[in-house]
Write a protein that binds this ligand. Structure first.
Ligand code: CP
Length: 337
């Protein structure tokens, strides 16, 4: 036992500054270093006792929430993060219809306008290239709350925080990410990007016909991701792969109901990856450990057995709870206190 020269009380402001997020945008989880993640997780742990009650760190600060695509979890959780921090929220849940975007205002002008009212913007948008062109017009930091098919970093971040809290870190962690359409699995890819930085092993399971987008693969490779890939495997083979991991992540289907062809294609093909409670119990018996099931939600009944909801394997609703302190940490670090 020894006293060291850096012995001092914890300081949330210092931890926030060490994330180096103040004034920056959040686009991809490969943009942060392992050290910065560790500081961010520390901030989230310090804020976790307040995720239900709140505290006054962001009094007078405002989040502008612009969701050009449907959302329940991401919008509520990001807005709640600012509310729990003591700030306010200006929210557009359907800006394409109810804001001046409906009169043809460009996204660039929209971001510049909202920057005059808000200290930070949470933006969900279907087209990554449109966002890329407009982003520099925002005068305040912008959080990607899901852009196009490639990036949904705060979902990946809450998934990382849930894994961090469940396992205490990422050393030796092996995570399976399974989808019948990896070409649209933006939440799974965001999680993978964060896992790559933290050194966890990533096991993709999918179909050759719906590959990982090249923009995602390039970022994973540049981050030195430890990737293993399995394509077009049977359900029994999927269970064997899953048994070698600690977590199975299902990115779900983000295709809206007004695109039934694409939705049906996903639903028909996801059946090969269906997970039952019996599967998880038999893996536990054989492998001697419980595989946690994570899902970005909303879910569909063809993806997995809802009996898992009441078992030790369920992490998908717990993820929602952990999303609040990590988004509180993110918002406060990006705005600064
Ligand atoms: N996981 C997720 O992005 O959910 P919402 O679409 O409800 O925000």
């Amino acid at each position: 036992m020894a006293i060291t020269s850096d012995f001092a009380p914890s300081c949330i402001a210092a931890e926030m500054e060490a994330t180096e997020l103040r004034g920056k945008n959040l686009e991809f989880l490969t943009d942060l270093s392992k050290e910065r993640y560790n500081h961010l997780f520390k901030v989230a742990e310090m804020l976790e006792p307040f995720w239900r009650t709140g505290l006054k760190l962001m009094s007078g600060k405002v989040l502008g929430a612009l969701f050009f695509q449907p959302s329940t979890r991401t919008r509520f959780s990001t807005e709640l993060a600012m509310i729990r921090l003591g700030g306010g929220v200006l929210s557009e849940s359907n800006p394409g219809k109810s804001s001046s975007a409906a009169k043809g205002e460009s996204l660039a002008d929209h971001l510049r306008t909202v920057s005059q009212y808000a200290n930070i913007i949470g933006l969900r948008h279907p087209d990554y290239s449109v966002v890329s062109e407009a982003l520099s017009y925002a005068d305040v930091p912008v959080i990607s709350c899901g852009w196009g098919d490639v990036t949904h970093p705060t979902q990946g971040l809450l998934d990382m925080y849930t894994a961090y809290r469940a396992f205490g870190g990422f050393d030796g962690l092996r995570v399976c990410i399974a989808s019948s359409d990896l070409s649209r699995a933006r939440s799974g890819h965001s999680f993978a990007m964060g896992l790559a930085i933290m050194g966890a092993e990533i096991v993709y399971v999918g179909l050759k016909e719906n590959p990982i987008p090249s923009a995602v693969r390039e970022r994973l490779e540049a981050a030195g991701a430890r990737l293993e890939e399995h394509y077009d495997i049977s359900n029994a083979e999927f269970m064997d792969v899953m048994a070698t991991t600690h977590l199975c992540y299902l990115p779900g289907c983000s295709v809206p109901k007004d695109n039934p062809d694409a939705r049906n294609a996903f639903m028909n093909k996801i059946k090969e990856f269906y997970i039952t409670l019996d599967n998880l119990n038999s893996i536990k018996k054989k492998a001697g450990r419980s595989i946690g099931v994570m899902h970005s939600l909303p879910r569909n009944s063809v993806e997995f057995d809802y009996a898992i909801d009441h078992s030790e394997f369920e992490l998908y609703f717990k993820q929602l709870a952990f999303s609040v302190p990590i988004r509180m940490a993110l918002v406060a670090s990006m705005v600064g206190i």
